[in-house]
Design a binder for this molecule. Structure first.
Ligand code: AHG
Ligand code: MN
Ligand code: MN
Length: 344
């Protein structure tokens, strides 16, 4: 059940400050960082809503009627995140899907490292379908006088201090967790303010939606093929097949899964033997949110948050959603393990 424990208007700013007061010894830096990300999300949201008109006024990469260069939205979103994160001297390093290497910020003594997928679901931009931004925040381990090192950057998801996403859909929402439950805010575009819309959200323990790109069915491991066949059968306890839903923007598919329950899967395929979705800036933050909402996220065998990363851009298969659905899928994988070849 989704709980909507909100009885008065609370802005993102207020909520961040209230949450900060629950952490003894908090310096306010993380709060500032979350506010900066909120600002970047508002700027990207404004640009996303203008995307159609931008196309009328000039194609990406061209000059529009004002003689301005029209940027690709994912490049624009990346720049906005970088600007937002360098506003205060809190971040030492930003790692982005759009940059091959970690970007050392001017404030190299900053306390935090941020991973970001500035624009998730980019293939959906041109067709007016929901897209998003995903972020994950770690505290550096090395001394602040030194330059951040590999151990600061390659931390497991368990060590995230915050994770979240913005979703640019029929409305713009921002969801985040610092490990004390998940809070969801909705943007009121008329005044440019995020208001708390769901606090301490809990997802259904079981749901009747499955979400996967079924086009690559023939290249999946046997256990997954059998699981998806099971999803379509009516001889399960509910007596009904599950419904299929797949948007193709992870952030939107995961948001629906949190609200309605069910499972989202991006598995190992022939084309992507290690899965396609990136551990550090797609899977970790969304796994953190889903676990905080009472759900489960694994690579089929192991909890996503326990994976020790070896590379900032590494990918992983992911099974994420309602606890019972993910366990169901894992059982199928285990049962057919011996026949599975992909990614092993
Ligand atoms: P991005 O736009 O950041 O590259 O991410 C796209 C991802 C993800 O959002 C989505 O779940 C997946 O690609 C869809 O991939 P398929 O088209 O292979 O289903
Ligand atoms: Mn993405
Ligand atoms: Mn992206």
């Amino acid at each position: 059940m989704v709980s909507r424990n909100v009885d008065r208007l609370i802005t993102l700013e207020e909520h961040i400050i209230q949450s900060q007061n629950r952490f003894r010894g908090a310096t306010g830096e993380l709060s500032q960082l979350l506010r900066d990300i909120g600002l970047a999300a508002k700027i990207v949201s404004r640009e996303v809503n203008k995307a159609g008109i931008t196309n009328i006024l000039g194609l990406e990469g061209s000059e529009n009627v004002h003689g301005e260069h029209v940027k690709k939205l994912d490049v624009f979103a990346n720049e906005q995140m970088r600007h937002a994160l360098s506003r205060s001297q809190i971040i030492c390093t930003m790692v982005s899907e759009e940059d091959d290497e970690p970007v050392l910020m001017e404030s190299s003594s900053g306390k935090y490292i941020v991973f970001v997928d500035p624009l998730d679901g980019s293939s959906n931009i041109d067709v007016n379908v929901s897209i998003g931004t995903i972020f994950s925040i770690f505290r550096r381990k090395s001394h602040r006088a030194d330059l951040p090192d590999k151990e600061d950057i390659l931390q497991s998801g368990m060590e995230q201090v915050a994770g979240g996403y913005a979703l640019y859909g029929s409305s713009t929402i921002l969801a985040y967790t610092t490990g004390l439950g998940v809070s969801v805010f909705t943007l009121d575009p008329s005044i440019g303010e995020f208001f708390l819309s769901d606090d301490n959200i809990q997802m259904p323990e079981h749901g009747s939606y499955y979400s996967i790109n079924e086009g690559s069915f023939s290249t999946w491991e046997k256990g997954l093929q059998e699981y998806i066949k099971y999803c379509k059968r009516d001889d399960k306890p509910s007596g009904k097949p599950y419904s299929a839903r797949y948007i193709g923007s992870m952030v939107a598919d995961v948001h629906r899964t949190i609200l309605k329950g069910g499972i989202f899967i991006y598995p190992a395929t022939q084309k992507h033997p290690q899965g396609k979705l990136r551990l550090m800036y797609e899977c970790n933050p969304l796994a953190f949110i889903v676990e905080q909402a009472g759900g489960r996220a694994s690579n089929g065998e192991k909890r996503i948050l326990d994976i020790q990363p070896e590379d900032i851009h590494q990918s992983t298969p992911i099974f994420l959603g309602s606890k019972q659905n993910v366990e169901e899928a894992e059982q199928f994988l285990k049962e057919y393990e011996a026949e599975s070849m992909i990614g092993k």
